[in-house]
Structures are given as C-alpha cells and as structure tokens.
Design a protein around this ligand. Sequence first.
Ligand SMILES: Cc1ncc(COP(=O)(O)O)c(C=O)c1O
Length: 389
Amino acid sequence: MDISHLLTPHSQQMESSLVRELLHYSQQSDILSLAGGLPDEAVMPAYPALNLLNDSRQYGASEGEGSLRKSIVSILAERGLVSSADNILVTNGSQQGLDLISRLILDSDSTILTEQPTYLAACQVFKLQGAHVQDVVSDEQGMCITALREAIDKYQPKAVYLIPNFQNPAGHCYSLERRKQIAALLDEKDILLIEDDPYRDLCYENVDLTPITTLIKSAPWLYMGSFSKVLWPGLRVGYTVSCGAFTPHLTKIKQAADLHTNRLGQNMIEYFLESGQYPEHVKKLRVVYKEKCDRMTGALNKYLNGVVEFTPPTGGMFFWVKLPEGVSSMLVLDEALKEKILVLPGVPFFPCKNPLEDSYLRLSFARVSPAEIDRAISILSSVIRRLMP
Ligand SMILES: Cc1ncc(COP(=O)(O)O)c(C=O)c1O
C-alpha cells in the first residue's frame, strides 16, 4: 500500500538509523558485535524488588517523580551544576530530551550546529523538525573554536549541540581550556548550548569533566543526563535540566508527548540512588570498562599497528578508528559480517557530506569480553588488510 501521500515531507525524508537496523545482528548469538552503544548486562545490578519501591500504579507528574528530581539535583551539584528540582524534567531517556527540545526550538528555518562527527540519533530528531544540521570541524579536544565562530557568523544558528565527555562516536573529551573558550563564545554571541552528557561516569583517566553549562555566564543552556549507560537502559530514564526560562515550555511539550515518563522505572532508579549503592557501582563499572578499553587499545596495536589510526579514549565506550586510505568502512561492515563480526561504519555520524565519511569505524568495547575483543580485532585486521589497495 502506498501511504507516501499521507506522510509529511520531513517524515518522508527521514533516514532510518543504521545503528538500530544493525541491532538485530547484535542479538544473534553467533555474531560478535562491536557496533552498538550498549552497556554490559553483566555489570547491571539486579532490579530492586517491587515491594521496596514507591507505589507507581497511578498517573504521575509530567515533570517526573519529585524524589528522583531531588536526587538528580544532588547528582548535578556534584558536577558543579547548581539547579533546583523545578528545572528538572525527567524524560524517556535523554533521547526524548533531544526530541522535546527540538520540537520546542527547531523548525525548517533553523540551523543547529553539531560536532563533526556527532551522535546520529540527535541529527535524526533535529532533521525531523526540518532543521538544517551543520557540522563544525572538531578535533581531539572538541569543536574547534575558530570554526565555531565562523559557523555562528555564517549560519546564525539557534543552538549548538555538544557531547563534551567521551563523545559518541569520536570518544574525545574536551580540555578545560576548550570548554572555557566555547562557553565564552556562546556568551558573546548569545547562542543556546545543548549539552548532552550520558557517558561522564564512565571515566577511566583523570580528565576534566566540567559541564560547559557551568562555565556559561549569560547565554541560554540545556543540559541532558541519562541513567542508560550506567544502570538500566531498558527502563528509559534520563533528564533535562534547563536554565529556568525553558522549564514551563518543555513541560508542556512533555505533557503533549506522553503525559509523563513511566513511574516504575523512575522509582527503580530512585531506589538505587537512595540506597547509597550508586558510588560503589560506578567504581565497579570503571574497573570493568577500563580493562576492556585497555584490551582494545592493546588489540588494535597488536593487529593493526601502522594500518589504522586511533587515539585511545579516556572514558565512554567507543574507539573512533581511521581506516587506511582506499578502504571503505561500508565494505568493511559487509566483509566483517561474513566472518560474524559486526562493526559500525562512520558514515551515518557525519551530518553533512564529508570526503572522509567512509573512512572511519566506531568500535564499542563495552558489551564484549576482553578475550572477544582480541578475537574480533584479529579478524577485523585480516578483513581490513584484505581490502587494502
Ligand atoms: C550522545 C548520546 N545522547 C543520547 C543518547 C540516548 O540515550 P538514552 O538511552 O538516555 O535515551 C545516546 C545513546 O546512545 C548517546 O550516545
């Protein structure tokens, strides 16, 4: 049945997410997947028993559970971000935060600036609003400041979207100097910052994690966090905190979207935070993921030394690996799959056409064991070497 006449132009143009399309492969037991940004079930705590939780059977507040919002205020305070529960909106994962913000501020007359490369599902929601998504050259310390200034002057964007800590997909973590420069520039130009920070607790080295939001003096800002990468992504609980002016507008959009985030999930997260187990849990996550991260560095050095380029990340889940010249990431995906290894090509992470878009792989070490990392990279090495001109 042809239903295309029923779809809006923006829905018709919407590209599906390659990551989600590939997800079904990662669920096949014979496939070793380095593709998804999925945390390891082995380090997820068991759900708390239902009888320990607050009652969640009735409809709840659109803003989220009051007790959880207070706990989020404390979490943010530890990051130096002073807020109040009134300015916190609990969302269905931080992905919903991106959607609600986009609905609030973006339309087909808007431009939003992103890093290059950036989180592809953010671009999906920005584009669904019809916005022009413009990427800005980024290096290992984050978005380049001169390029950002030029892009602001050229495109007069509504907002800048940044993932400063252990970025998806490039893995980079902004230096404090870069954070300060960006905050100062956004203040100078009075541009909205959308800061997305789901990976910050997965930190394996002593790096600066100051939210750029806290360095901003006058520009508007929105900051998003998530429990997906550190607790249970299946519960879909994240949050958006905003400088006060956005709060009533975001709440109305949340009401229209889904009334409120599911209360059972919120109460489970809240119980875990309140029980005092969270700091120990994060310590454990860091040990487990750091070992895997080091193992991937070791495997890449062992099997692909001098063939690919990469910088070991200081946190998060991802290696951003540059393939040798002439090797297509899409071909690597196809050929590696024949050998039961799933990798993610870099192509969909570039919002704008880029001559290098087919030259990268994003490899996640989070959900595979250290031994599997070694095996996967050794197979990947033979695939890449075979494809070299
Ligand atoms: C940068 C970034 N933002 C947001 C999300 C969405 O996370 P959530 O599960 O909280 O919706 C992800 C998930 O991979 C992500 O990488």
